[in-house]
Ligand binder design. Structure first.
Ligand SMILES: [Ca+2]
Length: 577
């Protein structure tokens, strides 16, 4: 659940700080579902399929009332009350014609309850946001066939999912189990959505650049020279050499350096994705960076140079976010890494400019790692569900921009989708979305996740934070407003990276044996690399010991681990072609 947790955190964080926008008339009512027609009579549930279900339009889903029982995860942080009391479920029940019954699983008992549910064959019709793992998928879907394969249902009844998969084959591949079946739909932030979430951004202190008459760095060498100038030339103008050129958390600077070297690591939501033991794409090949001596030694040498010359914060490996914030607030930091400057500093974010991907002596092409952030296993239908067509028609709507907005923010003011007791959101100047918060709510986020949203701040289907949705919906912030400034910074960053998107190691699904073997290898290898990398960079282990480090890595199986990634990548490429 770690990834989901971090997404919740980020969603909440972005929502809390989101840029203000004014409404335009352009709203993204869901894509037409009219193309759903012309299916055969044969549904998967038996005789009545095709008659109870409406395939002429998205709503209603059913022509006669049916009941679906749904399991939802109740997260500790943000799922108070009952789903049926929320706008979302009231509305979607009215709209779809489906009655819902809920089975809630507490997040802190998730593993136990999910296993029990499968082991006792006590599945509900639909399971939402359970984040069903690869292992669970292998066992309960692949072997025991307890989840319904969705491939045919999608083809027949879900035109929006189908077209999303056609436009994003990597999402389809990432949701397809080893036997070729799709057993669950993902929560998906494909690139056009993912860029609004945490894509690592590097921010350079523009006041310092201006003070020293420097340009934004374009190459790794420029970057180094700029950091030297920040260290030596008193850009904060206090006549004290108190500048910390780079302050960061491990896993952040890594990406810029690797990216400059042409190595595409990560791209997802977790900073640890950027570690040297993770699979990466380099010159079209799947590799583990640490298993390539020349590449890895160049990387370590550069990082060691930054550290030993005091260009990097000496506390790099122990820093907390709060400490970086404190340093940045004192105007002693030249470069920092965050989703957006205003998430680090409440004021003064205007002075940070976005660093575009760098090139280097090893790579002359600007590249930026991007992947769909796909979390498979988040909308599954049990094999015994009596109304799978209704369930998949419901899922179809989740793959529309409207759902990305409605599942979290609810409907806009004056919308026909409002229900009694709800006013909806609106934009006012640069403030938005705004709500008239009813008692006892103090913040938008608290109100949204407890009264409006599907149930948690995450949901299956398309996911993007509000300002991303605003942009997708063509809504612009008021010119000259602080909201516009934040929005512009974010947009600037998107502009800076979007032309350079390059492939990262994909979401792949391993079979059960391979997955077990990978776990056995990964733990000691990643621990060893993490530990030694920090020592090499900080100089407590001299780089002259690199060869013996490599021999040790070989002896604990790094070649076998890389082979697993290479094979998985080859299969993935085959599946995509
Ligand atoms: Ca100074």
């Amino acid at each position: 659940m770690k990834k989901i947790f971090s997404l919740i955190l980020i969603t909440t964080m972005i929502a809390a700080l989101m840029s203000g926008c004014k409404a335009s008339g352009n709203n993204a009512a869901g894509k037409s579902a009219a193309t759903a027609g012309k299916t055969s009579e044969a549904g998967t549930s038996g005789d009545d399929a095709g008659s109870y279900i409406n395939i002429e339009s998205q709503w209603p889903v059913v022509n006669e009332p049916v009941t679906l029982k749904i399991t939802l995860l109740r997260s500790v942080a943000d799922s108070k009350g009952e789903p049926k009391d929320r706008w979302f479920w009231k509305w979607i029940s009215e709209k779809s014609g489906i009655d819902f019954e809920f089975n809630l699983i507490d997040q802190n008992a998730r593993d136990e309850k999910v296993n029990l549910m499968f082991a006792s064959d006590d599945l509900t019709d639909v399971m939402i946001m359970l984040d069903i793992t690869n292992d669970e998928m292998a066992k309960y879907a692949g072997q025991e066939q307890m989840l319904m394969p969705l491939n045919d249902l999608i083809d027949q009844y879900a035109p929006d999912i189908k077209s999303w998969f056609d436009e994003h084959p990597e999402v389809k591949a990432g949701s397809t189990y080893a036997d070729g079946n799709i057993y669950a739909l993902p929560m998906d932030s494909s690139p056009e959505y993912a860029q609004y979430y945490y894509t690592l951004r590097c921010w350079v202190n523009e006041e310092w650049l201006d003070a020293l008459g420097l340009e934004v760095p374009q190459t790794l060498d420029d970057f180094y020279d700029t950091m030297v100038a920040f260290r030596d030339n008193d850009p904060n103008g206090n006549n004290i050499q108190d500048e910390i050129p780079i302050s960061f958390w491990p896993g952040d600077l890594n990406r810029y350096v690797y990216t400059a070297m042409g190595v595409m690591l990560g791209g997802g939501l977790d900073s640890p994705n950027d570690q040297s033991y993770r699979p990466a794409i380099w010159n079209g090949e799947a590799i583990i960076p640490a298993n390539h001596p020349d590449l890895y030694l160049n990387y370590l040498t550069f990082m060691n140079k930054l550290y030993s010359e005091k260009l990097m914060d000496p506390d790099t490996y122990t820093l907390t976010e709060t400490q970086v914030q404190a340093k940045a607030a004192e105007n002693t930091v030249g470069v920092h890494f965050s989703a957006a400057p205003h998430t680090l500093l409440a004021t003064g974010y205007e002075k940070w400019t976005s660093l575009a991907p760098l090139t280097s002596q090893w790579n002359d092409t600007k590249m930026w790692p991007v992947s769909a952030n796909i979390y498979p296993g988040n909308f599954a239908i049990s094999a015994s569900c009596k109304y799978p067509e209704a369930a998949i028609r419901l899922a179809n709507w989740l793959f529309t921009p409207q759902a990305a907005m409605y599942c979290y923010y609810g409907p806009p003011k004056d919308s026909e989708d409002l229900l009694e007791g709800y006013e909806g959101w609106w934009f006012e100047g640069d403030q938005g979305p705004k709500y008239n918060l009813p008692e006892p709510y103090q913040t938008n986020v608290d109100y949204m996740i407890n009264e409006l949203a599907l149930f948690t701040s995450t949901h299956p289907g398309l996911a993007a934070p509000s300002w991303g949705i605003q942009e997708i919906m063509g809504i612009s912030p008021a010119e000259g407003s602080p909201g516009a400034s934040q929005h512009w910074r974010n947009a600037m960053n998107s502009q800076n990276i979007k032309d350079y998107y390059s492939e990262v190691f994909p979401n792949v699904v391993y079979d059960i044996e391979t997955n077990e073997r990978l776990m056995e290898l990964k733990v000691p290898i990643s621990d060893y690399i993490k530990n030694m990398e920090a020592k090499f960079i900080t100089g407590s282990e001299p780089l002259s010991n690199f060869d013996s480090f490599m021999s040790q890595l070989k002896s604990i199986g790094i070649d076998e681990m890389e082979r697993i990634y290479k094979d998985a990548y080859a299969s993935y490429k085959n599946a995509m072609s």
